[in-house]
Write a protein that binds this ligand. Structure first.
Ligand code: ZN
Length: 162
């Protein structure tokens, strides 16, 4: 995938068969059920398999490898879009032991139409706010969500099963 824009993080619970954005404190049903949240960082990415621009909620285990790439002189980058694609190798998919290894690719030109499309998408901080609104309203608020946008497939990434 090519990371195009975004980078806002939010605590997210895996609760009741799905991911729920943490709204904190007494308002948060999963928190009250002592369900631990994990940090996801939201990006708009281009999936190189089908060239579509998708929302990717990056797990911390991937994010920390991205930070390592950012700090290594050979792979350093300071701005988005990233100057190269990353590929995720997944082992233990769909188990608690799911493990991601981020592999960097050779630098290559970014697809300008994908950049334009990502810029026209709802900014990730607003997506996070809308998800929180939805949780505060018991999952059925009037708040618009992003059903019309594709999500980077968890299936490919081996979303953990709890
Ligand atoms: Zn919570």
């Amino acid at each position: 995938m090519r990371i195009l824009n975004g980078g806002e993080s939010a605590p997210v619970h895996y609760h009741d068969g799905g991911y729920k954005t943490c709204v904190g404190g007494d308002e948060c049903v999963p928190c009250k059920a002592a369900n631990k949240a994990s940090i996801k960082t939201y990006f708009w990415v281009q999936d190189q398999k089908d060239k579509q621009v998708k929302l990717y909620k990056m797990p911390w285990s991937v994010k920390k490898q991205l930070i390592a790439l950012q700090e290594k002189p050979a792979t350093a980058f300071s701005d988005l879009p990233m100057p190269y694609d990353i590929t995720l190798a997944v082992s233990g998919a769909h188990t608690k032991e799911v493990n991601y290894v981020v592999m960097e690719n050779t630098p290559s030109a970014v697809d300008p139409s994908a950049v334009k499309e990502a810029e026209s998408k709802t900014p990730v901080d607003i997506i996070i706010e809308r998800e929180k609104d939805k949780q505060r309203n018991g999952g059925n608020s009037q708040a618009k969500d992003i059903r019309n946008s594709a999500a980077y497939p968890d299936a490919d990434l081996g979303a953990p099963v709890f």
